[in-house]
Write a protein that binds this ligand. Structure first.
Ligand code: EPU
Length: 418
């Protein structure tokens, strides 16, 4: 087990470079399997979720060469096999192998995916979508068997604009006969990035980034190269860190339009921001106004930034609220923030935060990826040394977080514990 040791009270100054998006890369890697050729991905983040996906690729027979941020996936000898449960349950994104293998082989057997425990996270939209394309879904305990004689394009409507289901149906429909239309599709930048890769491979996907996506089935796919888009959740996390405790922090290599929902809220609170073409400069101010946020699908305020944003709301003078509308269990960081001095009340989906807070260093536990990010940000402004257990969750999704924060002046390290 690993824990993070973090001495608070140091101002952040300098430049943080944003990595490739976790949620994009974890979809692009399984999407690569649709071809029998070679896919080259650039700007792939070095995070443990990608390591787990590579294990699956190799298990299925792909040859993977990874050098720095580039990854070459040779799918010439890939076979359709049942992915062992102990690998697939290590992360949520293993569910993308369902869409990719079903699309390519018309048959997939896979276990329920893992990922952060932030709610029930059913995959009914994925399965119903596969059925709409003509597949039959059978559940055997924890395992799904999805089979089709042939996949035929159809109209698919999601009750909620699910990121995972949108991408999975795009993957499954790429080789289907005819046209598939996804209504109420997710619009996140990673959905667009996956559509770009599919089109470079020879697929015919239109409308990605809007709420209606069309996929016209093709019969072959070839080689392609693509760059993973910058991670707007990582970017948002460091911009919030800057608002909390920066002298002058430049967060670079991001797409500012992807986090307008965050920067608008920061401006409303009184933050000092300079927004450039691919960077945001920020410095902390003495007095923040409280505000209210409601998480929503893109371009709304991302649920993934709700937890990292909480320490900043706790610093504001007055009462702020968070309304978490996407996941039903995304307040697991709150008891630990309370121990660090925050006054937070949670009632169902709404958290009420009473500021300002003087943060105290404590021993806390990261229960999930963004809960961990939230505790790190709180630790940066706490008096004393915070220790964070369960830091493996954070390493699943933030590339080189320790090195990046040390580079701008944080006093932070990771140690192995029993
Ligand atoms: N939902 C269903 N049925 C489904 C699919 C989703 O009811 O079949 C519900 C979910 O329970 C949730 C909502 O729809 O209430 C949205 O879920 P979505 O499918 O969009 O989320 P996801 O695919 O499970 C991805 C990211 C999450 C991110 C969400 C929302 C990956 C691997 N995961 O999850 O990332 O929070 O979209 O943007 O891309 C994270 O990075 O910390 C993280 C949890």
């Amino acid at each position: 087990m690993k824990q993070m040791i973090l001495e608070g009270g140091h101002k952040l100054t300098g430049v943080i470079e944003i990595s490739g998006s976790k949620n994009s890369a974890v979809a692009l890697v399984p999407a690569s399997l649709l071809t029998n050729g070679i896919i080259e991905l650039d700007n792939v983040p070095e995070i443990s979720d990608i390591d787990a996906l590579i294990e699956i690729l190799v298990f299925l027979g792909a040859k993977v060469i990874r050098k720095d941020k580039s990854m070459k996936i040779d799918c010439t000898n890939v076979q359709n096999k049942e992915i062992p449960e102990q690998i697939s349950k290590r992360l949520r994104a293993s569910y993308y192998f369902m869409g990719a293998l079903l699309g390519k082989y018309k048959h997939v057997e896979m276990y329920f995916p893992g990922g952060c425990s932030i709610g029930k996270r059913p995959i009914n939209f994925h399965l119903e979508g596969f059925e709409k394309l003509g597949a039959k879904v059978t559940v055997e305990g924890n395992k799904y068997i999805v089979k089709a004689d042939e996949l035929i394009g159809n109209d698919i409507y999601f009750d909620i604009a699910s990121v995972g289901a949108t991408i999975n149906i795009m993957l499954a429909a790429t080789y289907a006969k005819g046209v598939t239309t996804i209504h109420n599709a997710a619009k996140e930048p990673h959905v667009v990035n996956v559509a770009e890769l599919l089109n470079k491979m020879g697929a015919k996907v239109t409308g990605a980034g809007s709420n209606e996506i069309q996929i016209e089935g093709v019969s072959t796919l070839g080689n392609a190269q693509i760059k993973v888009v910058p991670d707007y959740i990582e970017a948002g996390t460091y911009v919030i860190a800057g608002a909390l405790c920066a002298d002058h922090l430049k967060v670079r290599n991001l797409v500012p339009e992807h986090i307008v929902s965050l920067t608008k809220k920061l401006e409303e609170m009184g933050a000092k921001l300079e927004i450039g073409e691919d960077y945001i400069c920020i410095q902390s101010v003495e007095h923040y106004q409280p505000t209210d946020i409601k998480t929503d699908v893109f371009p709304g305020f991302p649920t993934d930034l709700q937890q990292p944003f909480t320490p900043l709301l706790a610093l504001a003078h007055g009462t702020s609220t968070i309304n978490e509308t996407i996941f039903e269990n995304r307040y697991m960081h709150v008891p630990y923030l309370q121990e660090m001095g925050c006054k937070i009340k949670v009632l169902d989906k709404v958290a009420q935060i009473e500021g300002p807070t003087i943060f105290h260093a404590r021993h806390v536990v990261a229960t999930d990826l963004r809960a961990g990010a939230s505790l790190i940000l709180a630790g940066l402004v706490a008096e004393g040394v915070t220790t964070i257990e369960g830091i493996e969750h954070v390493l699943r999704g933030y590339e080189n977080i320790v090195e990046k924060l040390i580079h701008v002046g944080a006093k932070i390290s990771i140690q192995e514990i029993e």
